[in-house]
Design a protein around this ligand. Structure first.
Ligand code: UDP
Length: 240
C-alpha cells in the first residue's frame, strides 16, 4: 500500500489517499486542541498514543462483534482505514454526568445517570458543533430515521463493550463521542477514533481524570496519563 496525496487535515489527524481507492492512510498528530480550536498545543508523543489506543480499542470491539473502519497499524503514528463518507454527527453516549451535560443542566459531575443516554451534535466548526435533535437531523437530511435508529443501537452496543473493557482495568467510562460513516453500498460503519481525546475516563478507585480533561482543565501532564490508559488497556485486552 502506497501513501498518496493529503485528502483532509483535521485538528488531530491527517488523512491521505492510498493507491487503493477503498482505503485511507491516517496519521495521528501531536496537536491537542480544546474550546473548538481556541486552545492549541503540540504535545510530543500524543499522536503515537492515540493511534495505538484507537487501534487496540477497535480490535477489541471487533472481537466483541462490532465492526469499524479500522484495518491495521502502519507505523507508530499511522493506521490504515476503510474509506467511508463521514456522517456529520457527533454521537455522544453518557453514563455519568460530566462536561457540557453538567454545565447545561446544573447536575454535579460524577452523578450516575439512570440509563445511558445518546445525544447528537452537528459537526460544524463554524457553528461550534451545536446539539441537534433527531427531527432536525431528519429534516436537514443529515441522516434518515432508520439510520438514526441504527446509530443509537450501535452507540449503545459500543458503550456496553467499552464499559466491560475499561472495567477490567479499573477505569470508569463516563462518556464518549463516536462518529460513523457510510460505505459505498450505504451501510453504516463505526469510524474516526476512540481514545482519551474522545472519551471521559476516570480511575475507578481514585476518580482521577485519565483523559483530555487533563489538557482542557490544565490538571497536569497528558502523555503519562494517556500512556497509563494504553498500558492498562493492553492488560485488559490480554485477559478478556
Ligand atoms: N467530545 C469529543 N469531541 C468533541 C466534543 C466532545 O470527543 O468535539 C467528547 C468529550 O471528550 C466527552 C464527550 O464527547 O468524552 C462529551 O463531551 P461534552 O459534550 O461533555 O463536551 P465537553 O465539555 O467535553 O466540551
Amino acid at each position: 500500500m502506497e501513501k498518496g496525496a493529503l485528502s483532509y487535515e483535521g485538528k488531530a489527524k491527517k488523512i491521505y489517499q492510498t493507491d487503493d481507492p477503498a482505503f485511507f492512510w491516517v496519521e495521528y498528530l501531536n496537536q491537542a486542541t480544546a474550546l473548538n480550536g481556541a486552545k492549541k498545543d503540540q504535545i510530543a508523543g500524543k499522536g503515537e498514543l492515540n493511534n495505538q489506543i484507537t487501534g487496540l480499542i477497535f480490535d477489541a470491539l471487533k472481537t466483541a462483534g462490532i465492526e469499524s473502519h479500522y484495518v491495521k497499524q502502519l507505523s507508530s503514528t499511522e493506521q490504515l482505514i476503510k474509506k467511508v463518507a463521514i456522517i456529520p454527527l457527533e454521537v455522544v453516549v453518557r453514563n455519568v454526568a460530566a462536561g457540557s451535560f453538567s454545565r447545561r443542566l446544573a447536575i454535579a459531575e460524577g452523578t450516575p445517570l439512570k440509563f445511558p443516554i445518546v445525544e447528537f451534535y452537528f459537526k460544524n466548526d463554524a457553528l461550534d458543533d451545536p446539539m441537534i435533535t433527531e427531527d432536525q437531523i431528519e429534516v436537514l437530511e443529515i441522516a434518515t430515521k432508520a439510520e438514526l435508529a441504527e446509530l443509537k443501537t450501535l452507540a449503545l452496543a459500543v458503550n456496553q463493550a467499552l464499559q466491560k473493557i475499561f472495567a477490567v482495568c479499573g477505569i470508569t467510562l463516563i462518556d464518549f463521542k463516536l462518529e460513523f460513516g457510510r460505505q459505498t453500498d450505504g451501510t453504516i460503519l463505526l469510524a474516526d477514533e476512540i481514545s482519551p481525546d474522545t472519551c471521559r475516563l476516570w480511575d475507578t478507585a481514585t476518580q482521577s481524570h485519565l483523559d483530555k480533561d487533563i489538557y482542557r482543565r490544565e490538571l497536569g501532564e497528558l502523555v503519562p496519563v494517556y500512556q497509563e490508559v494504553l498500558d492498562r488497556l493492553k492488560e485488559s485486552v490480554a485477559c478478556i
